[in-house]
Design a protein around this ligand. Structure first.
Ligand SMILES: [Zn+2]
Length: 107
């Protein structure tokens, strides 16, 4: 069974062995968004699903929605970078225009 998780969505819980464990969220294609518990002590190895099994419709839809969301976030980051460059260029151009205006008036 393979699983992965995002650290931003974790909660501490006490494991049966007495050590801390974490409730994390799986983002695999088989269990997208499904939470699981895992013990921090490697020797313990406790792993159990926190949420019930996902229905087939959720398994089919959520990975595609996540891919779309990631693609949109990438596009947004590119647009924001371009906007920063344009704002910087606008600031430089407006400063140059102001200098020319001052030079024409008082030069
Ligand atoms: Zn444990």
């Amino acid at each position: 069974m393979s699983h992965s998780s995002k650290n931003s969505n974790t909660r501490s819980r006490l494991c049966d062995c007495g050590h801390l464990g974490m409730v994390k969220t799986s983002w695999t294609n088989d269990n997208p968004g499904r939470r699981f518990f895992i013990c921090e002590r490697i020797e313990c190895g406790k792993f159990k699903w926190w949420d019930p099994p996902m229905c087939s419709r959720s398994k089919a839809i959520i990975p595609d929605l996540l891919r779309r969301l990631n693609r949109h976030e990438d596009e947004m980051a590119k647009v924001e970078l371009k906007m920063k460059k344009y704002k910087r260029a606008c600031h430089i151009l407006s400063s140059m225009l102001l200098l020319q205006f001052v030079w024409i008036l008082f030069g």
